[in-house]
Design a protein around this ligand. Sequence first.
Ligand code: NDP
Ligand code: 8X3
Length: 254
Amino acid sequence: MSKIALITGATAGFGLATARIFAKNGLNLIITGRRNERLLDLQKELVALFNVKVLPLCFDVRHQKAVEQNLGNLSAEWSHVDILVNNAGLAAGFSTIDNGNLEDWETMIDTNLKGLLYVSRTILPGMKARRSGHVVNIGSIAGKETYRFGNVYCATKHAVDSLTKAMRIDLLPFNIKVTGICPGAAETEFSLVRYKGDADKANSVYKGFEPLVAQDIAEIIWFAVNRPWHVNLNDIVVTPTAQANAFYIEKANN
Ligand code: NDP
Ligand code: 8X3
């Protein structure tokens, strides 16, 4: 029987690339996000190309009731989720903490932290009952180091790092793997979202060096979920070759 993977935030970036690589390898997929048209297009694409089953679910991970309605009552065909990729997330804004925008704070905390918790809480009981499953949480180097103007985003990703460790402990007796993947600078829609649609600012983040792309992360996720069952990758920090950590990127125009 084909495995089932649930990928949150599959309408763009890492989630979209992961959906493609999973489908190419024959996994059936539950794909989520708020942009329904993109979900439906992706469903069509993956079914046509790879003949897998794809269930698109359009909802906002910030809304606990919506998470519960969409994921809490999956049909028998879909309820056996083998792999959960907690990927949906974002940064909003870039400023000192005293200048922080309250709405941005709520958005980041509610999406990156509470959304991940709500989704996990609906899926983990099934994994526990089956004594099998793999959770992949997308953290960030922003969860390893705190950089200037990153305050609340960094705090949410530090929290994700902590929850990844906590899940690994809590789920240990149930044969469930938990992997944290913490990327550095990757060119996706991430910076466009962080800078509220300002394409010049977003593009400038990746000027002068070769950033990661979504496919790089998708390949690492695929590798992580394909180790023999006795092997678990706990924590993967991955940066572009031009990036040492959250503070140092070697840029051509430096
Ligand atoms: P993108 O902006 O390209 O993709 C983000 C995805 O998250 C989209 O599919 C979006 O879907 C979904 N999403 C955002 N908010 C919500 C929400 N409230 N409810 C449901 N889905 C939501 O960014 P990336 O692919 O780069 O980011 C993916 C993850 O990787 C994030 O957690 C991010 O923090 C993390 N990350 C990114 C890095 C980077 O440099 N790009 C580096 C390290 C970590 P939709 O808008 O349709 O809802
Ligand atoms: C995204 C990477 O360095 O912009 O999490 O925070 S960074």
